[in-house]
Design a protein around this ligand. Structure first.
Ligand SMILES: C[S@@+](CC[C@H](N)C(=O)[O-])C[C@H]1O[C@@H](n2cnc3c(N)ncnc32)[C@H](O)[C@@H]1O
Length: 514
């Protein structure tokens, strides 16, 4: 392998500060249970690992909000320093390394893990690293443990693959600027000019202009990592399944619960075609053709254990669900591979109302079944897959676990609220109920900060926030324009604080943030 530590990976631009729920053990357990698959118990003896954690927001939130120990690596020392800084506030059991995957593999001080997660890694590292990751899982994933992996895939990427190649080639042979952002802009401009010059390739491939326009509108730090690394391995599902088979890993299920619901993703003809395919790997691969998939989020298991129907029913009835969005803000349509699908009023309306009842308190499937006698358990499970898949709801952990992790989440959230005074980057907080993160933008965090300092009313949250912005020389941006007068700023902040109090505070209380 290369002597240079970054192995051709972009390091001059730091990564973004996202939270990815698929890395949460509670979320992974929910996805597996939907398919009737067992996972290892999640408790204080559990251990979890994240490979390539970026700024470490996901692993910090997961480590604060779940029992057990966490280990994570990212070879960018600036990322590791950031993630460690965050971990120092929560008191969670999180060990952060700035090892490469190869160095982590060589360590002899690691536990067996119940889950290994990698979000946005596989497509952007070399084939050597694929082998190292598979070896790492072979050595360190406990039998019964899960591996979460996401990656760019074919056939969805096939038409636009040459675009990424153009970016990389321009960067390699024609870029004159030393700055990453300028190099990206130059590559995008070059590609736009090429498409405008009418090459036959562009005529043979529809939608390229639109794709380039969409890419050009994305943040440059994201684009740097997404398209400008030396390695960019877009693969078929079956290629990844083969690469992981060496580690005794077997494909278990999608980590996108919406995908589990065939009727909203496939036509009747597609369902019939897929049902006629016996081998599960071939079926899953062919499904990607039907939905023209370009990005996969998958869960693999080291040892697939199928629950009996009675076990699955029992575990489902005991699991809990919480809404992550106010009920009036949930549209009765979801976006799927086939376009917008309308949610069945007879099932979703009463379910949403029941989930919103008693101040949005989490409800077990057993509670829901009792409260909604006209809806069957399989209907409830499918509806929950849709709601969780669309990010309107989240699976929860058991109440005793919630109590166990609450203080750590409070400590991390206090730090994140303080941080929002001077930065607008981490837009999630740690939920002890969900065992994961929930979205909260900077202003929402500043309102919560004011609230934690004893201000009761939204108007006060707005005043405190406006005072802070004034000190920093900032103003509120509305519709892309900075508001000018103090009156305009205060009025806008008051409106946002009032909406936050009505729409988000009940949810944040239900998920244990306040
Ligand atoms: C696209 S980013 C994804 C970050 C994070 N998982 C997320 O989704 O926010 C990939 C990350 O992997 C790290 N990385 C790439 N190659 C690596 C290697 N060989 N060893 C360790 N970390 C690596 C990079 O520094 C970067 O932070």
């Amino acid at each position: 392998m290369s002597q240079v530590w970054n192995e051709g990976y972009v390091t001059e631009v730091g990564y973004t500060y996202g939270y990815y729920r698929e890395t949460s053990p509670v979320y992974q357990r929910f996805c597996l249970l939907l398919r009737g698959l067992a996972c290892n118990d999640l408790n204080a003896a559990s251990a979890h690992c994240e490979l390539g954690f970026g700024q470490g927001v996901s692993v910090n939130i997961n480590a604060a909000s779940n029992p057990g120990r966490f280990v994570a690596t990212d070879f960018n020392p600036a990322h590791a320093a950031h993630a460690r800084g965050m971990a120092s506030h929560s008191g969670c059991d999180l060990r952060i390394h700035d090892d490469s995957f190869e160095q982590l593999l060589a360590r002899d001080d690691l536990p067996e893990f119940d889950s290994i997660s990698m979000h946005g890694i596989w497509s952007w590292v070399s084939r050597d690293n694929h082998r190292i990751i598979a070896k790492f899982a072979a050595r360190h994933l406990r039998p019964g443990g899960s591996l979460y992996i996401s990656y760019n895939c074919f056939p969805g990427w096939a038409p636009a693959y040459p675009l990424r190649q153009l970016f990389a080639l321009h960067d390699r042979y024609a870029s004159v600027s030393p700055g990453a952002v300028q190099r990206i802009d130059a590559a995008l401009k070059f590609s736009g000019a090429l498409l405008a010059a009418g090459p036959l390739f562009a005529r043979a491939t529809t939608g390229l202009d639109e794709r380039l326009k969409q890419i050009s509108g994305q943040k440059r730090d994201y684009l740097a990592h997404e398209y400008f690394n030396r390695d960019w391995n877009c693969m078929y599902f079956t290629d990844v399944a083969d690469a992981l088979a060496e580690a005794k890993l077997e494909f278990a299920t999608t980590a996108d619960p919406l995908d589990v619901v065939d009727t909203i993703n496939l036509t009747a003809e597609g369902i019939a075609f897929l049902n006629a395919i016996e081998h599960p790997i071939l079926r899953e691969q062919v499904r990607d053709y039907f939905v023209n998939r370009q990005f996969r989020k998958d869960l693999y298991l080291r040892g697939v254990r199928r629950l009996s129907a009675a076990e699955q029913r029992e575990q489902t009835l005991a699991s809990r669900l919480v809404l992550t969005r106010q009920v009036d803000a949930i549209p009765m349509v979801v976006n799927t591979a086939q376009g917008a699908a309308t949610l069945h009023d007879g099932i979703f309306r009463p379910l949403l109302d029941e989930l919103a009842a008693r101040d949005y308190a989490p409800k077990s499937f057993s509670d829901l079944l009792r409260a909604l006698p006209a809806v069957s358990l399989p209907q409830l499970v499918m509806a929950s897959a849709v709601l969780v898949g669309a990010d309107h709801a989240a699976p929860c952990q058991a109440e005793p676990v919630v109590q166990q992790v609450r203080m750590r989440c409070d400590a991390l959230n206090r730090h994140l609220l303080e941080r929002a005074r001077t930065r607008d980057d981490v837009n999630h907080l740690a939920s002890p109920v969900m065992g994961g993160g929930i979205a909260a933008n900077r202003f929402e965090q500043l309102f919560l900060l004011a609230r934690s300092q004893g201000c009761d009313q939204p108007a006060e949250w707005a005043r405190v926030t406006w005072r802070l912005l004034t000190d920093l020389g900032e103003t509120v941006v509305k519709d892309g324009k900075g508001l000018e007068t103090p009156e305009e700023n205060l009025a806008e902040l008051t409106a946002r604080a009032t909406a936050f109090a009505n729409d988000r505070v009940p949810i944040l209380r239900a998920v244990g943030i306040i």
